[in-house]
Design a protein around this ligand. Structure first.
Ligand code: MG
Ligand code: MG
Length: 261
């Protein structure tokens, strides 16, 4: 992957604004997620919200991606393209969103339940989110990317889930994808060392079944080979002395979800 850029405290604060805007955008999407919802409409709502906030969608046009949101339903792992197919009760959908604000890119993802979801699938979502936070706990200055990956992998595999290998987390800042790569698997003490000022996206992609994935003919959508569901949660963090500083937020999203109950 590409070059690593360490950020100043000032740059991190600018980046934080971008990351927080992604969370707010995902919260707008969360309000509309229900059986019958039209993914293309959600995509339009997200784009409008981002532009109303003085930012630009980070994914639209990136490498030719057609939309504002990556919208990955059920066995789709990541990079799904929103379609007209309405959401159905029992679906789970990973919504990944990027923005560019003041030249800095935020990138965060959340997997949502649609209507009544099978308890086994709910568990997959819960464990994937837990594995994200365990990865973040390991993102301490002096540790290495392998410590993050190991934390994610150990937790996911302890539940019998498959950890996707082909797609990984990444540095981010003025570019959506900077170095280093941040795999969701690995050995402790291996990989790139984490230093103060490094800003990275940690994003476990966890499959209920096997770890194998493939890409669909659309050139984007990644699906599980066994057709079983997959989940994806992503936060952006800054490496500090001691604990990582989480720049993105699920707070607004989870407020919306709480109010829908
Ligand atoms: Mg993302
Ligand atoms: Mg990412």
């Amino acid at each position: 992957m590409s070059q690593i850029f360490y950020k100043t405290d000032e740059e991190i604060e600018i980046l934080r604004e971008s990351c927080l805007l992604v969370g707010k955008t995902l919260a707008e999407v969360a309000k509309l997620i229900e059986p019958g919802a039209d993914p293309l409409k959600l995509d339009r709502v997200a784009e409008e919200f981002i532009r109303d906030n003085g930012a630009k969608p980070g994914f639209k046009g990136y490498g030719g991606f057609p939309n504002t949101l990556c919208f990955s339903v059920n066995e789709q792992v990541v990079h799904g393209i929103p379609t007209e197919r309405p959401l159905e009760s029992g679906d789970v959908v990973s919504v990944d969103c990027g923005v560019v604000l003041n030249d800095f890119c935020g990138d965060s993802a959340y997997t949502f339940e649609v209507g009544e979801v099978d308890p086994e699938v709910k568990k997959l979502l819960q464990v994937t989110k837990e594995s994200l936070y365990l990865g973040i706990e390991a993102a301490v200055s002096g540790n290495r990317t392998g410590d993050i990956g190991n934390a994610v992998q150990t937790h996911a595999e302890s539940h019998g889930y498959g950890v996707v290998r082909e797609l990984v987390g990444h540095g981010l800042g003025r570019s959506l994808h900077e170095g280093p790569e941040v795999p969701n698997y690995g050995k402790r003490g291996r990989g790139k060392q984490l230093k103060r000022g490094l800003t990275i996206a940690i994003e476990p992609m966890i499959n209920m079944g096997g770890k194998a994935v493939k890409q669909l003919n659309d050139g984007w959508t990644i699906v599980t080979r066994d057709g079983k569901p997959s989940a994806h949660f992503e936060h952006d963090v800054a490496i500090r002395d001691g604990k990582a500083d989480i720049l993105s937020s699920f707070e607004e999203i989870e407020k919306v979800l709480e109010n829908k109950k």
